[in-house]
Design a protein around this ligand. Structure first.
Ligand code: DQA
Length: 149
């Protein structure tokens, strides 16, 4: 089983951006954390991050054609604005878990809208970087893949 860990804008500057909200760990730390959890689960993971909406749509479409089984997805700010990204997730019908590092429900009003939530299998928020591993667990359980340790 093969999973895509997809991240939207400004996730590449984790550790630099608002550390009081997103913590001090970097994007590379995130990749290492999820990679090691995937090894424990016995599943494959690949990573992609972009600051551009269309690139994220392309990555979701590519996931379909490369037979990705599930997507762990933090669309970042595009969560709150992008019909195109929500349409792509719905269109490929690959099980997708929405992740937010911060607890968006306790933040600004404009963050209370998520176009992704309705098309996602589940949403994980406010768990920091561990939320990505929880999302992977949800997908593995959903698909009955790998072996959880
Ligand atoms: C975020 C929350 C979004 O509102 C914000 O725009 C982000 C990150 C999170 O991981 O908490 O860039 O998705």
């Amino acid at each position: 089983m093969k999973f895509l860990v997809l991240n939207g804008p400004n996730i590449n500057i984790l550790g630099i951006r608002e550390p009081e909200i997103y913590g001090r760990q970097t994007y590379d730390d995130l990749v290492a954390l999820v990679r090691s959890h995937a090894e424990e689960l016995g599943v494959e993971v690949e990573f992609y991050q972009s600051n551009h909406e269309g690139d994220l749509v392309d990555a979701i479409q590519k996931a379909y054609f490369s037979h990705i089984d599930g997507i762990v997805f933090n669309p970042a700010a595009y969560t709150h604005t992008s019909v195109a990204i929500a349409d792509a997730v719905k269109g490929v019908a690959i099980p997708t878990v929405e992740v937010h590092i911060s607890e968006v429900s306790r933040r600004e009003a404009f963050r209370q809208v998520s176009y992704i939530r309705d098309v996602a299998l589940q949403t994980v928020t406010g768990q920091g970087l561990q939320g990505y591993n929880q999302a992977l667990d949800i997908l593995v359980r959903h698909l009955g893949a790998g072996h959880e340790s």
